[in-house]
Design a protein around this ligand. Sequence first.
Ligand code: NAI
Length: 327
Amino acid sequence: MRIFREGDVGPLRDKRVAVIGYGNVGRSLALNLRDSGVSTIVGNMTGDEYHRRARSDGLDVRSIPEAAELGDVVVAALPDDVMPEVYKSEILPGLHSGKALALTSGYPVAFGLIPLPDDVDVILFAPKMVGAAIRDRYKGDRGYAAVLGVVADATGEALKTALALAAAAGVFKQGGFAVEATAEQEALADLLGEHLLKAPLLALLEAAATVMRRRGVPPELAALELYASGEFGELLSLVASAGIAEVLRLQSPVSAYGQLTRWRRYLKPLLEAGEEAAERVASGEFAREVVLERLAGYPALNAEWRRLRAGEAEAAFAALRRLRQGP
Ligand code: NAI
C-alpha cells in the first residue's frame, strides 16, 4: 500500500473543477480548492439550503448538469444513496472524453451502482475526516488523512490529478497523508467500520445503561459515565494519537485491570456477528438492501430514529444538558 505525503497542485492550474454537492464534504472541498487558487464551481440542485449556502459563500453555483458539463474535473460529493440516480441522469452526460471524475466514496463503484465511461479518468478521493473539519483544518494549516486511488486511467494522468486534488483540498498540510486503496477496499473498510464498530457501540451503550439502571444507577449518572462527560471522547481521541496501549497505561491499575481481564469474553459473539455482517456487505446484499429501503421511503430507518429519540438515553442526555446550562 503506497502512502502519499505530498502532491503538486500544478495539474489543476489550467483546469476547472466542478464540485457536485455542497453538503458536509462538498462545501469544505469547494472552499479549500478555491482558496488553493483552483478555478472552482459548484453544482447543486436549485432551491435547497445547500444551494443558498454556496451562493452566500460567494461561489459560482450552477445546476448539476451544467457544472458536470463545465468541469474538467468533476468531484461527486453526494450521499451514497442519492449518487446513482443523480449520476446517471445529471452527471454522466457531461463526462466527455479526457475528463476526470473524482468520487468521495468507493461505495457506488464497489457495488456496481454507477456506469463508468471508458474514456474518462476515475479517481477515488475519500477524505477520512468529518466534513466540517476538512475546512477547519485547512484554515488552521493542518492536514488530514484521505484514501486515494485510481479506478480508471484513461489519460495516463489520473494519479497526478488525484494527488493535485488532494493537495488543493488540504490533505498534505501539516501532519496529513493519503493511503492508496481500491474503491472496493475503501467501501469495505468504511462499511465494516460502521457495522462492526459503530453499530456494536450503540448496543454497548444501551446494554451498559440498562444494566446500570437495573443496579440502581440513575440514568443521568449512567449517561455521564458512559459518554456525556466527554471523557470517553477524550480517550478515543487519545487512542488516535497515542495508541491503545498508551491510553490504557494512563488509566489507573484498577481500571486497566478491569478492562484487560474482561474484554476477551465479548470477542467470540462479536466475531461471529462481525463475520455475518461482513458477508452481507462484501456480497453486495447490504447495498441492495439500501436501494430498496430508499425506494420505500426509508421506513426502517425512520422507525429507528423515532425509537432512539423516544428512548431513555436521549431523555437522560436532555436532563444533563439542562444541568450544564443551569436554571
Ligand atoms: P450530505 O448529505 O451533506 O450532502 C448534501 C448534498 O447532497 C447537498 O448538496 C444536497 O443538495 C445534495 N443532495 C441530496 N439529495 C439530493 C438529490 N436527490 N439530488 C441532488 N442532490 C442532492 O453528504 P456528505 O455527508 O457531504 O457526503 C458526501 C460524500 O462524502 C459521501 O460519499 C460520503 O460517504 C463522503 N464522506 C462524508 C463524510 C462526512 O463527514 N459526512 C466524510 C468523508 C466522506
